[in-house]
Design a protein around this ligand. Structure first.
Ligand SMILES: Cc1ncc(COP(=O)(O)O)c(C=O)c1O
Length: 431
């Protein structure tokens, strides 16, 4: 209301973005819809406060309430993940990684991380990123035949290059990550182990994916993907690294913390501690499995054969369409995905031979098995008829109907009122 009066131009853009989110099926694996409680906290008066430092050790006066808010976030984060120490100040996942590297390494040290083209992240040593510029970055990938993490390659690269830090974490990988294997390799060369759980943090919090906490020296994460919190980062560590990590964040690389976001992280951590959050994450996994199975039945090759988490990479080469064209055609039909390289992709990243699909956002809307089957059908209709405008329009109409049936939930637990989650959900075993 106020915004509309004071800045109608911006108010209109926000309104349009809200409508876009309501009216499209969001399969971006790294996105989600936060609750109104998280949204309200992120838009609160805490945004006005400067509070450089940490609770009870600030450079500014007037911090008594924000001190309590940050302490609440720290306590909840430690409890949620069973960590000895939590720093909740990183502005994003990339800043969390930067701080962790700066705490453990010197410029020029060797690091070993996953190649972006195989499913890793830019901050894991890509040459255009700070991580590849400041450090001597070695990169590992996946097996050519199984498309799963290539632990023989990781072990042999570690033995040859003696990295000071090994990074275990992925952005586009659909299988369980065996952190124990990473730990054994790191120990064999006396390297630090950093687990970047940005994508799978919600699954780990729900105990549906093995946790690296207690194994890795440092664990970094975003808070806005499967964890369904505000945009931001966190760093978990053992007591041993607590001081180094905290000092690297401030005064090392950040200024004032975003207290409104830190408070919103605390709200999200509380939501994630509720048993219903586990129900939600189980449905995320089931939905990803159903989507993978349905697409496979329609002749699509799922990278690595299947999914064991919230996302799947789909090789679309046999449908005679490139990743960027698929992304564009699907967007015209109201289905939002991102093009993605498949392992050993002959195409450049902006062309790509695949698409990456994730289920956290549509599961937050309450969609279940039958919607996944239908979405696979709709995706297939678009990809096999991407030049047929009438077909695209027909799919878009059905997408709109589905979106109206499953509006973005206002409260974190509203989603469980939905019929699809009322059904008994089979427990998914934790590996
Ligand atoms: C594994 C991984 N680490 C770090 C990041 C960076 O997070 P942010 O975009 O918040 O900087 C991402 C983001 O996609 C990611 O997938």
């Amino acid at each position: 209301m106020y915004l509309k009066r004071h800045d109608p131009e911006m108010a209109s853009l926000i309104e349009k973005e809200y409508e876009r989110q309501q009216d499209t099926i969001n399969l971006i694996a790294s996105e989600n819809y936060v609750s109104q409680a998280v949204l309200q906290t992120a838009g609160s008066c805490l945004t006005n406060k400067y509070a450089e430092g940490y609770p009870d050790k600030r450079y500014y006066a007037g911090c008594s309430f924000v001190d309590q808010a940050e302490q609440l976030a720290i306590n909840r984060c430690k409890e949620l993940f069973g960590a000895q120490h939590a720093n909740v100040q990183p502005h994003a996942g990339s800043q969390a990684n930067m701080a962790a590297y700066m705490a453990l390494l010197e410029p020029g040290d060797t690091i070993l991380g996953m190649n972006l083209m195989a499913g890793g992240h830019l901050t894991h040593g890509h040459p255009v990123n700070f991580s590849g510029k400041w450090f001597k970055a070695m990169q590992y990938g996946v097996h050519k035949d199984t498309e799963e993490l290539n632990f023989e390659e990781i072990a042999s690269l570690a033995a040859k290059h003696k990295p000071k830090l090994i990074i275990a974490g992925t952005s586009a990988y659909s299988k369980i990550i065996d952190f124990r294997k990473f730990k054994a390799i790191a120990d064999s060369v006396e390297a630090y182990l950093l687990a970047d759980i940005a994508h799978i943090a919600g699954l780990i919090a729900a105990k549906l994916h093995p946790s690296p906490v207690g194994l890795a020296d440092v664990v970094t994460s975003t808070t806005h993907k499967t964890l369904r919190g505000p945009r931001g980062g966190i760093i978990l560590s053992t007591k041993e690294h607590e001081e180094k990590i905290d000092k690297t964040i401030i005064p090392g690389m950040q200024g004032g913390p975003l207290l409104h976001i830190i408070a919103a992280k605390a709200v999200a951590f509380k939501e994630a501690m509720d048993p219903l959050f586990v129900t939600y994450q189980k449905q995320v996994l089931l939905n990803a499995k159903t989507l993978a199975k349905s697409l496979h039945q329609k002749g699509y090759r799922i990278v690595a054969g299947d999914t064991e988490n919230h996302l799947l990479n789909v090789d679309i080469r046999n449908k005679r369409i490139k990743g960027f064209m698929a992304q564009e055609a699907l967007e015209r039909a109201g289905i939002i995905v991102n093009k993605n390289c498949i392992p050993f992709d002959p195409e450049k990243p902006w062309i790509a031979s695949g698409i990456r699909l994730g289920t956290p956002a549509i599961t937050s809307r309450g969609m279940g098995k039958s919607e996944m089957e239908e979405i696979a059908y709709l995706i297939d209709m678009v990809l096999t008829n991407h030049q047929d405008h009438i077909m695209i329009r027909t799919v878009k109409e059905r997408v709109l109907q589905l979106c109206k049936l499953f509006p973005i939930p206002r409260t974190w637990d509203e989603v469980i009122i939905n019929d699809c989650l009322k059904t008994v959900i089979e427990a998914i075993p934790v590996n």
